[in-house]
Design a protein around this ligand. Structure first.
Ligand SMILES: *Cc1c(COP(=O)(O)O)cnc(C)c1O
Length: 398
């Protein structure tokens, strides 16, 4: 008799998410197989995490070798994979120092702590952080306050004080919300969870100039956009605007949980005792991430994301042109793309695509998000477009 995994979930797991009815057993590259052996093209990649594809040999080998040797020492000691990863990130970015955490939310918490210390030292004691509406910064209590989406905030009130949420892509709103207590502005370079929203030309540059003029730290939450997703190793490179602080997580370890926040030397204010983590930057996670980042850089994986992303976006535009009643917008960059429907049909489309063997994310009730591994080919895109077309037709007929 086969196990009823859905019943087990209902019995034992907190019901905090309505899952897609797919029990995934294994993966390879851009494909996964469920427990019944059915194959799917995975355009969710574990939520923009498995950027090199599932079971990538370089990452698997690094994990196996490290697991057999040493996994955890605490940060009381030096370990070599942690320092190799630190070197890879700093040498390939505009930032100078790094600290490793276990998740994106935790990386953002660290960035906010750094900004508040900076504010105490350099900005009249200022402790306020401005973020934007429709953003996503994680699920901790402070990040619920930072995340400008009321449905993530309402039930957790009172929220952590010190965060102001202003309209997205609105430089004047940011300026109006700035006070002499503002120590940082934190934004995603491109909103991921908020529906894949690309800022207008000049917005991020405008933020950079405003921060420079007012001694405010500019924090880019690149938890989703870092690690090659937008067609450059880090998202800020695609916009040609450097942050003072940058956070990473999702794609950094190709599936092994790890986050990071990086800063410029000019705001490297944390000192012994200010911050720490038991697991953060442990040998196992950093060995996986070091293999991921070095493979990505050595093989120009972001370049593939840029090329195949442009091809994919072109196909989505063609689909939109031929189905303008149903699809009203195509947006995104690199391999972080979204299709905006004229109606709230995402759930139906995703369910129909599951049946067709294509995994997608219903990022909004009326929009779906594509975030496949960055190693996909144009023929994977062609296959996804065929399945998507059949899935949308099925959803509309149901
Ligand atoms: C996913 C995400 C987070 C939260 O990361 P977790 O690892 O789930 O804590 C934060 N910011 C952005 C932009 C994200 O996409």
């Amino acid at each position: 008799m086969t196990t009823d995994w859905k019943a087990k979930e209902a019995k034992y797991y907190m019901h905090v998410v309505n899952r897609q009815p797919v029990v995934i057993d294994r993966g390879e590259g851009a494909r996964v197989w469920d427990v019944d052996g059915k194959e799917y093209l995975d355009f969710t990649a574990g939520w923009a995490v498995v950027n090199l594809g599932h079971a990538h040999p370089a990452v698997t080998k690094a994990i196996q070798d490290q697991a057999a040797k040493l996994m955890q020492t605490s940060n009381q000691f030096y370990t070599t994979p942690q320092l190799e990863l630190a070197e890879a990130l700093v040498e390939n970015s505009a930032l100078d120092k790094v600290f490793f955490s276990n998740s994106g939310a935790e990386a953002n918490e660290g960035a906010v702590k750094l900004a508040r210390k900076y504010g105490r030292m350099n900005k009249n004691g200022g402790q306020e952080i401005i973020t934007v509406l429709n953003s996503f910064h994680g699920r901790t209590l402070a990040m619920a306050a930072a995340t400008g989406q009321p449905h993530y905030q309402e039930i957790w009130k009172p929220l952590t004080p010190g965060f102001t949420n202003v309209p997205y892509d609105d430089l004047d709103a940011m300026k109006a919300a700035t006070t002499d207590q503002t120590c940082a502005i934190m934004v995603e370079v491109l909103q991921g969870e908020g529906g894949v929203n690309v800022p207008t030309e000049g917005y991020l540059k405008g933020l950079r100039e405003w921060c420079d003029a007012n001694n405010i730290l500019l924090i880019f939450d690149e938890v989703q956009t870092g690690a090659g997703r937008l067609g450059t190793l880090f998202g800020y490179q695609a916009f040609d605007v450097e942050p003072d602080v940058m956070t990473l997580a999702k794609g950094l370890g190709n599936g092994v949980p790890i986050g990071a926040f990086l800063c410029k030397d000019s705001c490297d204010v944390l000192e012994p005792g200010d911050h720490g983590s038991t697991f953060g930057g442990n040998a196992l996670a950093t060995a996986a991430a070091n293999a991921t980042v070095r493979f990505m850089v050595d093989n120009d994986v972001p370049g593939n994301a840029k090329k195949v992303g442009a091809y994919f976006k072109g196909k989505l535009e063609e689909y939109k042109a031929a189905n303008s009643e149903v699809v009203v917008d195509v947006r995104g960059m690199g391999l972080l793309l979204a299709l905006q429907f004229s109606d709230t049909i995402s759930a139906k489309v995703v369910a129909a695509c599951n049946e067709e063997g294509l995994l997608l994310n219903p990022v909004r009730p009326d929009a779906i998000r594509f975030m496949p591994p960055l190693t996909i080919t144009e023929s994977d895109v062609d296959e996804a477009m065929e399945k998507l077309g059949r899935g949308i037709a099925k959803a509309l007929a149901s």
